[in-house]
Write a protein that binds this ligand. Structure first.
Ligand code: ENP
Length: 254
């Protein structure tokens, strides 16, 4: 990944367009002013040092874009973006009058949906976004994009409720890595008052090794125990997950 890339082309239009599509497809959100949401987003960063954007800089935007999400649907993920998003888009409960998603990732919420895959930053003294270059993910801790996803993750974790799931990558040595947003932000914000149980879904562990017992996952278990949150850990194969959700009529694959 290069640090030379600047703000995504047509950022403002993309935000408004995605916002309108999302609002149209989710009646329960009520009416939202997508122009206002876009303006609040741009104002969070325009004219500011792209390496000194804090989570709080996005608070005014978050206030306009936040929503309620039904309990028991939250799906967190780390190093499993592709399969987690595949699951959230295909895994449906079609056994009722209106079909509904079995799980929701942050990117299935308005906040995450609008910004997924985009890049942005501005500079001190600039009156617009910087389309020529932006700091990379690891160039500075307080970069515009990382602080945004931290803020959004904080929001998503703090409203999570019921039985929630997290899809982790069992094929890497450190699925619960300190540098991931799930490890350093989301897992620590889960609130035992609202959460019944965390279902740790370990995808594609080596056949000869139960990654649920690995030191990395033991670390997650101790974070959850420390917050008085119950958990269970299930090892799954991605092929089986895909097969089950593709033919599922209700939410009973995991
Ligand atoms: P990760 O580590 O899989 O990272 C999630 C996303 O953050 C990646 O898909 C990538 O976004 C961006 N990202 C992470 N590391 C780098 C990076 N290192 N880099 C450029 N981009 C990077 O999982 P996390 O951190 O635990 O975050 C997932 C959780 O946070 C989910 O539960 C969800 O709620 C929330 P992209 O757009 O490039 O795919 C060096 C350069 O999102």
């Amino acid at each position: 990944r290069t640090s030379a890339e600047g703000t995504s082309k047509n950022l403002a239009d993309i935000i408004v367009r995605r916002c309108r599509v999302y609002v149209q497809e989710h009646e329960s959100l009520g009416s939202r002013d997508c122009e206002e949401i876009k303006n609040r987003f741009l104002n969070s960063v325009i004219g500011k040092d792209p390496c000194n954007i804090t989570m709080n800089d996005y608070d005014f935007f978050m206030e306009a874009a936040r929503q309620n999400i039904s309990c028991n649907k939250f799906l967190f993920w780390s190093k499993t973006k592709e399969i987690a998003h595949f699951v959230s888009s295909v895994y449906m409960n079609i056994n009722v009058i209106n079909p509904s998603k079995c799980v929701m990732t942050l990117e299935d919420s308005l906040v995450g949906y609008m910004m997924d895959g985009l890049k942005w930053c501005s500079r001190v003294g600039m009156k617009e976004m910087d389309y020529s270059s932006c700091p990379g993910w690891n160039d500075c801790e307080l970069n515009s994009v990382k602080s945004f996803w931290k803020r959004a993750s904080l929001y998503f974790a703090s409203i999570a409720c019921g039985n929630v799931s997290v899809m982790l990558n069992g094929s890497i040595s450190d699925p619960f890595s300190d540098s991931s947003l799930f490890a350093n932000t989301e897992s620590r914000k889960l609130n035992s008052k609202n959460i019944d149980e965390v279902n740790i879904l370990l995808v594609d562990s080596p056949p000869d090794r139960n990654m649920c017992e690995s030191s990395s996952i033991r670390e997650l278990r101790s974070v959850l125990s420390g917050s008085n949150i119950r958990y269970k850990c299930t090892a799954l194969k991605s092929t089986e997950v895909k097969q089950c959700i593709s033919s599922a009529q209700s939410c009973n694959c995991f």
